[in-house]
Design a protein around this ligand. Structure first.
Ligand code: CIZ
Length: 306
């Protein structure tokens, strides 16, 4: 048996012994997706974590995702295999800078993208994901000023789509920032037959949305590619999603806009670290109950809308 298979079998044994569940984000390494009980976006995974009977949740994703699972499931043990697996986008806004911004816009409604820390969520009015952000904005009364954090591209997209008075925080995801107009145009020229499906975090969103057949969240992209009658797709998001698509739609041909759209933080979760995580019950992700209680409010409001 090869080393990868051996390690995967060891993890699966250990998982059973520990009464654990392994959750993997759509951007995880293929060999990690192989051993996951559930693969999906951060909200779906946090909801699965809340529903499971397992006491231990190994969250293969980045820190804010494990925090969201801990907010939903304070009584469970939530582990992240590498404590350095942070999110560049979430780290672009601190709770202090948000509070200062709020004080400059009294009465404004704060909508935070799920890629944010628990503390930042706790200071927000509504949470949203890329699949429901449009609905969340539409649910806010028309006359209210909105502060959108932390992703500027998703914020701009929503502002264009709704024409609402939205102030946008200038954050971005370093991996989606590498998806440039030049790389999109090059790929479309190389594969003129392919449909182009794009994530709203892409740095070139404003310029390239005219080329996109669809602008979708990660789960939306996976579902769309699987269900579309077309065979060939250009994918504008982090490259880990290609493994996920090949898993659910092996008959489709998928081309990343660029291999550079790679999140090294996501990929810190290796099989070795997952094994150590289950052996030593490290690294535990917790959210203090006073913060979790406040953070549940914008998440709950989002869930009521969608
Ligand atoms: O919510 C998620 O998992 C992220 C970060 C993006 C998406 O589109 O699913």
């Amino acid at each position: 048996m090869d080393k990868t298979k051996e390690l995967q079998e060891y993890i699966l044994e250990l998982k059973k012994k520990r009464n654990a569940i392994i959750l993997a984000h759509n951007y995880q390494r293929g060999e990690v997706q192989d051993i996951a009980d559930v693969i999906g976006d951060s909200l779906l995974l946090a909801q699965k974590a809340a529903k499971t009977d397992c006491e231990i949740i190994v969250f293969c994703g980045v820190h804010f995702m494990a925090e969201t699972a801990a907010i939903f499931s304070p009584e469970k043990i939530v582990l992240i295999p590498d404590k350095e697996a942070g999110c560049s986008l979430a780290s672009m806004i601190s709770v202090d800078s948000l509070c200062k911004w709020k004080s400059e816009h009294p009465g404004a409604i704060v909508v935070c993208y799920v890629n944010s820390s628990a503390e930042v969520k706790a200071e927000s009015d509504y949470c949203c994901t890329s699949s429901n952000a449009h609905k969340v904005i539409n649910a806010i009364p028309e006359d209210r000023e909105i502060l959108f954090i932390p992703d500027q591209y998703l914020g701009q997209y929503l502002k264009n789509l709704t024409g609402r008075n939205i102030h946008i925080w200038p954050g971005y995801c370093h991996a989606h920032h590498k998806i440039t107009t030049e790389s999109v145009v090059r790929k479309i020229n190389e594969h003129p037959e392919a449909e182009f499906v794009m994530h709203p975090e892409c740095g070139c969103l404003t310029h390239c949305m005219k080329f996109a057949d669809k602008i979708l969240s990660t789960e939306g992209i996976v579902k769309y590619v699987k269900e579309s009658p077309n065979k060939s797709f250009i994918i504008g998001t982090e490259v880990g999603i290609l493994d996920r698509i090949k898993r659910v739609a092996p008959e489709k041909e998928v081309h990343p806009v660029t291999e550079e759209a790679y999140c090294e933080f996501m990929k810190l979760n290796t099989l070795e670290k997952i094994a150590w995580s289950l052996e030593d019950l490290e690294y535990r992700v917790t959210v203090p109950e006073d913060i979790a209680k406040k953070a549940r409010v914008p998440i709950q409001r989002m869930l009521e809308i969608v």
